[in-house]
Design a protein around this ligand. Structure first.
Ligand code: ATP
Ligand code: MG
Length: 416
C-alpha cells in the first residue's frame, strides 16, 4: 500500500482524555479512533493487526477441532431468564434495548445461553459429541471503568469457544488441549515470554479453579504471584496457603506482579445444559446433561497488551507475526527522481514476492517520515535516497535496533 493512499494521518498529540498508553499510541499512529470512552473504531492499519491476531487464533482453534460459526448480537431474554442471568442484579453489565412493540431484548455480552439453546437441535446422542464451536463476535458490556483503552472497551471483539463433552474426563482432556493452544497463540502474537497460565477463582465445578492467561505489565489491573521457573502463576484472589499447597507451589518461589488478563478458560460443568435442557442419551440409554466449558480471548485486549508491553519512547514495536506490514519502504527522493523510480521498483518487487509493504511515497520531510515510521512500528524500515543509491544499496533498519545498515539489493531480498 502507498502511504499517500492511506487516509489516516499520524498526530503528535493523543486526545487529552485518553490516559492509557495503548490508546494514546494507537490513536497517534492512526490505528484506531476514539468514538467515546471505551468505544473505539479500528482504522485500516488497526484492522490489519486485528485480522492477523484473529487468523492466528483461528488456526489454533481449528487445530484442536474448533468449528467456526457466528451468533447474533440481539438476545432473547427468555433463554437468559432460564439460567437466571437476565436480571441486572445478577449480571450488572448488560446493555439492553427494546423492540418497537416494547418487549425487551438483550445486547450480547457473552454466548453460553444462546449456543446451549441452539445445540438442543443438534445434540441427541453420545454420538453427537464431543463438539467445539467458536466465533469472533462483538460483545457489549457496560464496564464501569473504561480507562485502559482498547484493553477494556464497552464494545469489543472476542473469540469465544464453547466445548460440549460427554463427561468430566472428556471435558478435562479438551480443557488441557485448549490451554496448550492458548500458550501457542500468545507465543505467536509475541507475548509468549510475558504470559503465564494463572490459576484463578470462579469455577464452582470440578477442581474449583479456572485458568487465566496473564501478561506481565505495569498497566495491568490484576495482581498475580508468579513462579518463573515453573512458568505458572496464581491470581491474588486464590492466593491462600491451602491453595498453594493444593497446587504444589511454595510462597518463597513466587513473585508478585501486575498483569493483564489476555484470555481465560472456564469449566462450566452442567450449569447451562441443565438449566436449558441440553441432554443426551449415553451408551447405556441414560439421559445426562452435557458437560460444558467456555474459552475466551479479547482481540483488542491482546492488541492493546502488545502495545503496552512492547512499545518504546518513539512508538509502537509490532512483532512480525501481527504487524500491519512487514516492510516500511521510505523514499526520500522527489517523485520522478532516480531514487524515487528505484524505490518504486523495490515496491513492485516486494509486492510481487507477496511481502506486505507500506510505501512512504509522500512529499514529506525526511525527519517526519522517520518519526512516523518509528511511531507506526513496522518491523523492517528500508530507506531509498540519492545517498543510498550512490552506495548502490538500500538502508535497512529493524524497528528493534538503533542503527541502520546498507544492504545490496540481493542481500535485502535474501531477508525474506
Ligand atoms: P475482566 O476480568 O478483565 O473483566 P472477564 O472475566 O470479564 O475479564 P470474560 O468475560 O471471560 O472476561 O472474557 C474473555 C476475555 O475477553 C478476557 O479474557 C479478555 O481477554 C476479554 N475481555 C473481557 N472484557 C473485555 C473488555 N471490556 N474489553 C476488551 N476485552 C475484554
Ligand atoms: Mg469483565
Amino acid at each position: 500500500m502507498k502511504q499517500s493512499f492511506l487516509f489516516t494521518k499520524t498526530r503528535k498529540e493523543a486526545p487529552k482524555d485518553e490516559v492509557s498508553k495503548n490508546a494514546q499510541l494507537l490513536i497517534r499512529a492512526g490505528f484506531i479512533h476514539k468514538e467515546m470512552a471505551g468505544v473505539y473504531s479500528y482504522l485500516p492499519l488497526g484492522l490489519r493487526v486485528l485480522k492477523k491476531i484473529e487468523q492466528i487464533i483461528r488456526e489454533e482453534m481449528n487445530a484442536i477441532g474448533g468449528q467456526e460459526m457466528l451468533m447474533t448480537t440481539l438476545q432473547d431474554p427468555a433463554i437468559w431468564q432460564k439460567t437466571n442471568r437476565w436480571d441486572d442484579a445478577v449480571v450488572d453489565n448488560w446493555f439492553k434495548t427494546k423492540l418497537a412493540t416494547g418487549s425487551d431484548l438483550g445486547i450480547a455480552n457473552t454466548h453460553e445461553e444462546p449456543l446451549t439453546n441452539i445445540l438442543r437441535n443438534h445434540i441427541n446422542s453420545y454420538k453427537d459429541m464431543p463438539l467445539y464451536a467458536y466465533q469472533f463476535q462483538t460483545k457489549f458490556r457496560n464496564e464501569l471503568r473504561a480507562k485502559s483503552g482498547i484493553m477494556r472497551a464497552r464494545e469489543f471483539l472476542m473469540k469465544d469457544l464453547y466445548s460440549f463433552s460427554r463427561g468430566e474426563e472428556e471435558f478435562r482432556e479438551f480443557y488441557e488441549k485448549c490451554a496448550a493452544a492458548y500458550l501457542k497463540i500468545f507465543d505467536r502474537v509475541g507475548l509468549g515470554a510475558l504470559t503465564y497460565r494463572t490459576v484463578a477463582a470462579g469455577g464452582s465445578f470440578t477442581s474449583g479453579f479456572t485458568d487465566e492467561f496473564q501478561t506481565l505489565s505495569t498497566a495491568g489491573e490484576d495482581i498475580i504471584y508468579v513462579d518463573k521457573k515453573k512458568k505458572i502463576a496464581v491470581n491474588k484472589e486464590v492466593y491462600t496457603d491451602e491453595n498453594l499447597r493444593k497446587l504444589g507451589l511454595k510462597k518463597e518461589d513466587l513473585v508478585e506482579e501486575k498483569s493483564i488478563e489476555v484470555g481465560n478458560i472456564f469449566p462450566l460443568g452442567t450449569k447451562y445444559s441443565s438449566a436449558l435442557g441440553l441432554v443426551f442419551i449415553d451408551k447405556d440409554g441414560v439421559k445426562s446433561p452435557v458437560v460444558m466449558g467456555s474459552y475466551g480471548i479479547g482481540l483488542g485486549r491482546v492488541m492493546g497488551t502488545i502495545v503496552e508491553t512492547l512499545s518504546d519512547e518513539k512508538g509502537i514495536v509490532w512483532p512480525e507475526a501481527i504487524a500491519p506490514f512487514k516492510v516500511h519502504l521510505i523514499s526520500l527522493g522527489e517523485k520522478g527522481s532516480a531514487s524515487f523510480v528505484y524505490a518504486e521498483k523495490i515496491y513492485t518487487e516486494l509486492q510481487q514476492k507477496g511481502i506486505e509493504v507500506l510505501f512512504d511515497d509522500r512529499p514529506t520531510r525526511a525527519g517526519e517520515k522517520f518519526a512516523d515510521s518509528e511511531l507506526i512500528g513496522i518491523p523492517i524500515r528500508v530507506v531509498v535516497s540519492d545517498k543510498t543509491l550512490e552506495k548502490n544499496g538500500l538502508e535497512v533498519k529493524r524497528r528493534t535496533e538503533e542503527t541502520a545498515t546498507i544492504f545490496t539489493e540481493t542481500d535485502f531480498f535474501a531477508l525474506f
